[in-house]
Design a protein around this ligand. Structure first.
Ligand SMILES: NC(=O)c1ccc[n+]([C@@H]2O[C@H](COP(=O)([O-])OP(=O)(O)OC[C@H]3O[C@@H](n4cnc5c(N)ncnc54)[C@H](O)[C@@H]3O)[C@@H](O)[C@H]2O)c1
Ligand SMILES: [Zn+2]
Ligand SMILES: [Zn+2]
Length: 349
């Protein structure tokens, strides 16, 4: 088989590898599509060193077809269409024992901590596989992982019908929060970003979206105007590393300023720098900050929503490229982020 090996940082090689036999409890997947994620861009650059040393095979947003099954497998058969959940939790730490897997002390992901799915075949523990109905396009199934992040964030924040939202960051994570939220609430959703094209993805896909470009207007003023001075029920922060920090309000602070009294802020951005929070702004509202990491049990919901046509995967997919052009695909995403939200790599049909 062929694999896309990150042989050194910033350099992929499309090379031959032996296909390993699926072990006990494992299923062999013929990878159809794998999606490139923001984390993959960091791995590519070496930002995740030493967590992700080279040579390495990334890829944690993966879908494909069952090729064959290892010993003792009963729930999967060749030909099944499956999405891969990349999470490996230890099952032993206090968080795992409390059934709080995203907080596992030693949470690992395939494609980040161990070789992943940028590969024509991969053997995966059956616990990490979710079957999809035949009519769900397998390219859309490759977005299950990132959609899971959106649905998990909505679950963590407790989004209910009628909730108005402000989503800070209209990138990959912000867009999946939006799509997940739109399966729950029709109320106004403010999308906040600095890149018009990212805002347009949201307004092009849904009604009742108010785009806010923080470089062009004061987002808080607009949110207050549109909500008759109340603020939104919930705000999400999905920026991470804000650009133009001198010209824009920090997204975590902006999210706190967006919400109504008694509202909730859900943070997802993985910044290394401290965020300037004025806690008084939170305390006056007696508001809550909630963190959301990866997903936990949302795969069946995502697959069901894809099956029912309740999500808009076409709005996320900026292009599909053959997997052997992986180097070019990564360079495109890096050089032109406004036009390349998500590229899917096509491995096998
Ligand atoms: N918690 C989780 O489970 C989880 C999962 C995946 C990614 N993440 C993190 O979420 C963050 C977003 O990831 P992504 O893949 O969507 O990245 P992305 O680059 O696609 O999106 C970030 C968006 O923020 C916008 N932005 C930049 N500066 C801004 C500013 N000053 N104000 C408003 N918007 C601004 C960018 O234009 C971009 O559209 C990252 O920190 C990532 O590491 C968290
Ligand atoms: Zn990802
Ligand atoms: Zn654990």
């Amino acid at each position: 088989m062929k694999v896309a090996l990150l042989s050194e940082y910033r350099k992929f090689q499309w090379i031959d590898r032996e296909i390993a036999e699926p072990g006990s409890g494992e299923v062999q997947i013929r990878v159809s599509f794998a999606s490139i994620c923001g984390t993959d861009m960091h791995i590519f650059n070496g930002d995740f060193h030493p967590r992700t040393p080279v040579p390495f095979i990334p890829g944690h947003e993966v879908a494909g077809i069952v090729e064959r099954v290892g010993p003792d497998i009963t729930g999967f058969s060749p030909g099944d269409k499956v999405a891969v959940d990349p999470l490996i939790w230890c099952g032993e730490c206090p968080a795992c024992k409390a059934n709080h897997y995203p907080a596992c002390n030693s949470l690992k992901l395939i494609g980040i901590d161990v070789d992943g799915g940028f590969s024509e075949y991969i053997n995966i523990d059956q616990k990490m596989l979710y079957k999809a109905p035949a009519k769900v396009p397998v390219e859309h199934l490759a977005l299950t992982e990132i959609y899971g992040i959106g649905f998990h964030a909505c679950n963590r924040a407790g989004v209910i019908p009628g909730d108005s939202l402000a989503i800070w960051g209209a990138g990959r994570v912000g867009q999946v929060i939006l799509q997940a939220a739109r399966t729950i609430t029709d109320a106004p959703i403010f999308m906040v970003d600095i890149v018009e094209k990212r805002l347009q993805i949201a307004t092009g896909a849904y009604k009742n979206i108010i785009p806010l470009n923080v470089l062009k207007e004061d987002p808080i003023e607009t949110i207050w105007k549109h909500t008759a001075g109340k603020g939104t029920d919930i705000a999400f922060e999905a920026v991470g590393h804000p650009l133009f920090p001198d010209k824009t309000v920090h997204p975590v602070r902006g999210a706190i300023q967006s919400i109504k009294g008694g509202g909730r802020v859900c943070v997802l951005g993985l910044a290394d720098d401290p965020a300037p929070i004025v806690f008084k702004e939170l305390i006056w509202k007696e508001a809550m900050i909630i963190a959301s990491r990866v997903s936990h049990g949302e795969y069946p919901t995502v697959i069901d929503k894809l099956d029912k046509g309740a999500l808009k995967p076409e709005a996320l997919i900026s292009g599909i490229m053959p997997a052997h052009q992986i180097q070019e695909a990564f360079e495109k995403v890096e050089q032109d982020p406004a036009n390349y939200l998500k590229i899917l790599l096509q491995f096998k049909d």
